[in-house]
Write a protein that binds this ligand. Structure first.
Ligand code: SAM
Length: 218
């Protein structure tokens, strides 16, 4: 079962460290350029979140919530902005993405911004953030969906957990940006596979952040 975590109303006025601000601006430009390319196949499932608000929410979670561990995973990391911000906030951060071209962009984001963000923020871990090309759904999770057309389904890449040597239940925090209509599917997958006490953070659209804690088996 999942218990909703009430998020404070004014998260969006929390201060943003200058390097995070600069990174968010740079990524907006990179993503816009990527989406404007006419000579490359478009990745329709990639839409960027409001990274500023995601950072503000993550920072609040980091300082206000009990955490069962220090591992963080971004389901469908795209350009890896959120994985990078989680690293800067002190989590051991992993991003999983099924599109190879996005993993390449994510690696570039880490190469360019990991140092500046780590230099200024709360205290990163020793290890670098890890990006894995693969499926964020653990084997069998697709069976929880009642709509076979959900965008998270049908990815031909292997589940990423084998390569990671970790399961969903090894992560204290999972972040996802579900496509409209698949938020409940992500919640169900999290509820089935995450450790009790773990937190799911979702960006569901402008000004719509949601947080859940797994509290007992469904
Ligand atoms: C809406 S975008 C969100 C990107 C990024 N997390 C953010 O917040 O800006 C969803 C991403 O998830 C990826 N994705 C969708 N289903 C996936 C799956 N089953 N396994 C891995 N990646 C997936 C898509 O390729 C896309 O990059």
């Amino acid at each position: 079962m999942l218990q909703s975590i009430e998020l404070p109303r004014q998260l969006d006025v929390r201060p943003l460290p200058a390097p995070v601000h600069a990174m968010v601006h740079d990524l907006r430009c990179r993503i816009e350029a990527f989406q404007d390319r006419w000579d490359m196949p478009q990745i329709e499932q990639f839409v960027a979140a409001d990274y500023q608000l995601v950072y503000q929410t993550l920072a609040w979670i980091r300082e206000s919530q009990m955490l069962i561990g220090n591992r963080f995973v971004e389901w469908g990391c795209g350009f890896a902005a959120v994985t990078l911000m989680a690293d800067a906030l002190g989590w051991e951060a992993v991003g999983i993405e099924s599109e190879a071209v996005l993993i390449e962009h994510g690696r570039q984001t880490l190469a360019d911004w990991c140092g500046p963000l780590r230099a200024d923020t709360a205290g990163p871990t020793a290890s670098s953030p890890e990006l894995v090309l693969g499926n964020f759904l653990p084997p069998g999770a697709e069976d929880l969906a009642d709509d076979p057309t959900l965008p998270s389904l049908g990815h031909l890449t292997e589940s990423a957990y084998r390569e990671l040597g970790l399961g969903v239940d090894d992560f204290a925090v999972v972040y996802s940006y579900p496509w409209p209509g698949e938020d409940q599917f992500h919640e169900q997958v999290f509820d089935r596979y995450a450790a009790r006490g773990a937190i799911l953070l979702q960006f569901c659209g402008p000004n719509d952040m949601r947080a859940w804690r797994a509290v007992s088996r469904a």
